[in-house]
Design a protein. Structure first.
Length: 163
């Protein structure tokens, strides 16, 4: 059995972070945890580009544009859609998730999903806070791992074609 694994290596990686401005208390904590983790894994500040969008609904379009520009090894989407009293939550969170998945599948650029969908503000703060659950860190590490996996899988394909 062959197993493909990839360490999270940040050095030389170019990362775009698309972050929603809606729910700024939450998204800024996500961004903080994400940025700290990327730096801690060796991603240079000059290789991190942050793009702010109005809300989670706008994340898929901007992530597609970032993927299409060809500059980034991975894109991280950060946002927070907190359940309310209307169906708005289901529409926004579901379509955002679907749109971000489509960007990744259509372009081959890893898009890490860092959009929180909690029941309330307390859950959102708990998950976003770098001192607690730090979902920003988790999504940063997932993005770096996906870059490594993509590279590893590509090299396997290249080696088999060259044989």
């Amino acid at each position: 059995m062959n197993e493909i694994e990839s360490p999270t290596v940040g050095q030389g990686r170019r990362i775009a972070i698309a972050v929603a401005r809606f729910n700024p208390e939450i998204t800024e904590m996500l961004l903080s945890g994400c940025s700290q983790s990327l730096s801690g894994e060796g991603v240079a500040d000059s290789d991190i580009t942050v793009v702010r969008v109005p809300g989670a609904w706008e994340l898929p379009l901007v992530c597609r544009q970032l993927a299409d520009c060809g500059r980034f090894d991975a894109i991280i989407a950060l946002g927070a859609v907190v359940r309310g009293e209307t169906a708005h939550f289901e529409f926004i969170s579901g379509e955002c998730a679907h749109g971000l998945q489509q960007v990744s599948l259509a372009t081959g650029v890893p898009v890490a999903f860092g959009v929180l969908t909690p029941e309330n503000g307390d859950q959102a703060r708990d998950r976003a806070d770098p001192a607690r659950k730090n979902k920003g860190r988790e999504v940063a590490l997932a993005a770096l791992e996906m870059i490594g996996l993509k590279d590893r899988i590509s090299s396997i394909g290249s080696a088999s074609r060259g044989a």
